[in-house]
Design a protein around this ligand. Structure first.
Ligand SMILES: [Ca+2]
Length: 271
């Protein structure tokens, strides 16, 4: 964990230096505010959390994201759940493109996450809010998703945190929706029960026969949050059985060690 922070701190300084140089050379006002929230924060540590326009490295089009600006850097939010005002019953195209309100409950969209994570090195942070007011977290190094041909396959590296590791067994699996089955089992056998799809109620996730985590299922209020297989679950020993969390947030921060070293040392521009 300490080495991760040090790495990102060093790289942020390098990135700040290099991007300032590029802007100074061009003299143009950018139509976007950075390649991602980490870069925006590194340029201006006083920048508040909120919606920003970004243009990831190598991507043609800009898009909006919610940036969670914290003392350890800027995090780009991929998913947020805090209630049932936005339905997560969506098809493949909707999970691909994204939906919801960036300021509240939303899913950024798998194609955007792919476009961000195909370059740079990323850390995923999953925050899980319990019904008794606690926040547990899970950190994964080397997070990325594959392209659509791969089913937006999930890649996560080393785990750290206090929520337990529920995502590692979904590593390497494509995303599944009610109209796209990449869960790796047909049928999926659990004792004397067989399902053809791990998708429980039209939610999408990286199911893996079917796996230990899903944060896009049906949201359940306090008092109605235990016993639901389609809730927001993170099945580790840190939670009671069949426990649906009160809220969740998934966000990523870039750590540009390889990318910056390659482009900075060779004198190429970083955009
Ligand atoms: Ca299946």
């Amino acid at each position: 964990m300490k080495s991760l922070v040090l790495c990102c701190g060093l790289i942020s300084a390098l990135l700040l230096s290099s991007t300032a140089q590029v802007e100074g050379q061009s003299g143009q006002s950018p139509s976007h505010q950075g390649t991602d929230c980490t870069q925006i924060h590194s340029r201006n540590p006083a920048a508040p959390s909120g919606v920003y326009v970004i243009k990831p490295v190598g991507v043609k089009n800009t898009f909006q994201v919610y940036c969670e600006m914290q003392t350890d850097g800027g995090w780009t939010v991929l998913q947020r759940r805090s209630g049932r005002d936005v339905s997560f019953h969506r098809n493949w195209t909707e999970y691909k493109d994204g939906f919801g309100d960036l300021m509240q409950n939303h899913w950024l969209g798998l194609s955007k996450v792919f476009s961000m994570t195909q370059k740079k090195t990323w850390t995923l942070r999953v925050d899980l809010y319990t019904h008794d007011g606690r926040t547990l977290y899970a950190l994964y190094k080397n997070f990325r998703v594959g392209d659509e041909t791969s089913g937006f396959k999930l890649h996560v590296g080393e785990y750290d945190g206090n929520a337990g590791d529920a995502l590692q067994d979904q590593n390497g699996y494509g995303f599944s929706t009610s109209d796209r089955d990449n869960d790796g089992c047909s049928p999926c056998i659990f004792g004397d029960i067989a399902w053809y799809k791990c998708v429980g109620s039209k939610e999408g996730w990286w199911y893996s026969q079917c796996g230990s985590a899903s944060l896009n299922g049906d949201w359940h209020a306090s008092g109605d949050h235990i016993g639901w297989s389609s809730g927001l679950y993170w099945r580790t020993d840190k939670f009671p059985k069949l426990y649906s969390v009160k809220g969740s947030k998934m966000m990523i921060k870039s750590c540009l060690k390889n990318f910056v070293a390659k482009h900075f040392i060779r004198g190429h521009t970083v955009v």
